[in-house]
Design a protein around this ligand. Structure first.
Ligand code: AAO
Length: 484
């Protein structure tokens, strides 16, 4: 369950948060496929409670009403078409699976597919679930439970969300049927929402009942779905990430916390020389990594001071480090702009989502940020693809926050987070020639719209990253996007 089964030569998943299925399909064909992206995490595809009393917040999608594929992102036919078109473009789809719970109790009770529920009776007829399918008696997770009481974390309600009992055979069957239906339609895997709140033993039963990936969508025979479990573990809690790594991959929240600190100047970059398990991160193969996610970019979940698109310069640098470094399976966040942390995505007065528009410079409009279309980010996805399975060599630092390293003979990157210029002749490990810095510009014919780096026969080149440059990094590699 730890292999994302990306198409050959690809890497990196992007979370297209709250995008519509038709728009995702188009994005696979016009952008993600051609640019070498590996996959997409989509918002939950199953029917959720419509919550007008909070003006359709983003978090209504984390309150399932049924497993019908009917949401603001689209219907079942649009979902199937998206998966097929993206797989044809070489881009995999990963589903955010909400299997820990159903809704909270509300005075509205109609779902995005038109189904209703009776919250007092714990009745969700469109699944169907009834009172016997939930943990009983009702209890609510309190902050201190995270420290003392694993059975309360697993058997009580998270935020008042009705807590399914995954040891029930009926619940298991409903969940497995839902996930297998998606696998049949060609998805490559799942994010398991709130995995901390389910018993590892129950999850193992569910995972082991999942079908192999669909060979008609280009997966090798016998391939298991990629599963990454959302377990927030910053240390010191009764439930640990280590209970889940024997099952499948786990989200590594320390990754974004530490890199956000370092690239905001709270830690010298030279300490990143041993980035990985020596920082108490999970083993690389167990780890799904990101700087920000849809929760912590708006203060939900865990971890303060997480970098987001709002602090764009250090954010781009942290993302570049994530993509340049071989540790973990990286995931990018692609956001809509927000001030209010509850606010849902761009929508019209009927509550229908408004599609991102695409500007002539490839950026997005209509309120969508589209970090995955920022030059410094998408060009680092290509860097990662070129670097492949190489490891780090020729690490250099100045004893402070200027660092540089090679990825085998495939790529070279330098960062300057000091308040003085970086001006050094450094080993790039690349063949002699001229290279376009993929951070400050793009290759255009035989020239570069940004900095050009000339590598000598000894592999060395003069590297310059000014303290006041627009970006704090410079990257060159052997691929077409950089070689002049
Ligand atoms: C909404 C309303 C609620 C209402 C509820 C029911 O906001 O007021 O009661 O509906 O009607 C999202 C939103 C929720 C929303 C929910 C349903 O975030 O606000 O509730 O949809 O609409 C825990 C879980 C983790 C979860 C996270 C948000 O462990 O799984 O809370 N994330 C996922 C999704 C998320 C979604 C759900 C789960 C539910 O990604 O979008 O909720 O489907 C500690 C624990 C963490 C715990 C946090 C937050 O963290 O370790 O496990 O996360 O507390 O309670 C320091 C510590 C750190 C600690 C943190 C916060 O940073 O180091 O460990 O402080 O105390």
């Amino acid at each position: 369950y730890k292999n994302p089964h990306y198409a050959p030569g690809r890497s990196t998943m992007v979370h297209l948060f709250e995008w519509k299925w038709d728009d995702i399909a188009a994005e696979c064909e016009r952008w993600l496929g051609p640019r070498g992206f590996g996959g997409i995490q989509i918002s939950p595809p199953n029917e959720n409670l419509v919550i007008w009393t909070h003006n359709r917040p983003w978090w209504e999608r984390y309150q399932p009403m049924s497993y019908h594929l009917s949401t603001r992102s689209g219907n079942e036919q649009q979902f199937a078409s998206m998966v097929r078109r993206c797989n044809n473009a070489g881009v995999r789809i990963y589903v955010d699976a909400i299997i820990n719970h159903m809704t909270g109790t509300w005075n509205e009770n109609v779902g995005t597919g038109g189904n209703t529920a009776n919250f007092g009776q714990f009745s969700y007829p469109a699944v169907p679930y009834g009172r016997n399918d939930f943990n009983w008696p009702e209890c609510y997770i309190q902050p201190n439970d995270y420290r003392c009481c694993p059975e309360r974390v697993r058997n009580c309600q998270l935020s008042g969300l009705k807590d399914l009992n995954q040891s029930s055979e009926h619940v298991r069957r409903m969940i497995v049927d839902f996930m297998n239906r998606l696998i049949g339609m060609g998805v490559a895997g799942f994010r398991i929402d709130a995995a901390k709140h389910m018993w590892p033993g129950d999850l193992r039963v569910i995972y082991d009942r999942l079908d192999n990936l669909n060979t008609a969508h280009g997966f090798p025979s016998g391939a298991r779905p990629y599963i990454y479990q959302e377990v927030i573990d910053l240390g010191g809690e009764a439930v640990s990430r280590d209970e889940y790594t024997p099952l499948a991959a786990v989200t590594e929240f320390k990754f974004g916390v530490e890199l956000s600190r370092a690239f905001q100047g709270g830690n010298q970059l030279r300490w990143l020389v041993n980035w990985g398990p020596q920082w108490n991160l999970l083993a690389s193969a167990d780890s799904l990594v990101f700087i920000d996610n849809h929760d912590n970019q708006r203060g939900h979940g865990a971890g303060g001071n997480i970098l987001t698109y709002k602090l764009a310069r250090p954010y781009r640098a942290a993302i570049a480090f994530m993509l340049a470094h071989p540790y973990g399976e990286p995931q990018l966040m692609s956001s809509y702009g927000f001030q209010n942390t509850e606010a849902g995505p761009p929508m019209d007065s009927r509550g229908d989502l408004i599609s991102p528009s695409i500007n002539s410079d490839n950026t997005c409009g209509n309120g969508w940020i589209c970090e995955h279309r920022w030059r410094q980010i998408f060009q680092m996805v290509a860097f990662r693809n070129v670097a492949g399975s190489t490891t780090i060599n020729d690490w250099w630092d100045n004893g402070s926050s200027q660092i540089a390293f090679c990825r085998g003979g495939q790529g070279f990157i330098a960062f300057n987070n000091d308040s003085w210029d970086l001006n050094q002749t450094l080993q790039t490990c690349l063949p002699a020639g001229r290279y376009c810095d993929v951070i400050s510009g793009v290759k255009s014919g035989n020239s570069c719209t940004g900095k050009t780096v000339t590598v000598g026969n000894d592999g060395r080149a003069h590297i310059s990253v000014g303290a006041n440059d627009y970006d704090m990094m410079l990257a060159i590699h052997r691929g077409d996007e950089s070689r002049l």
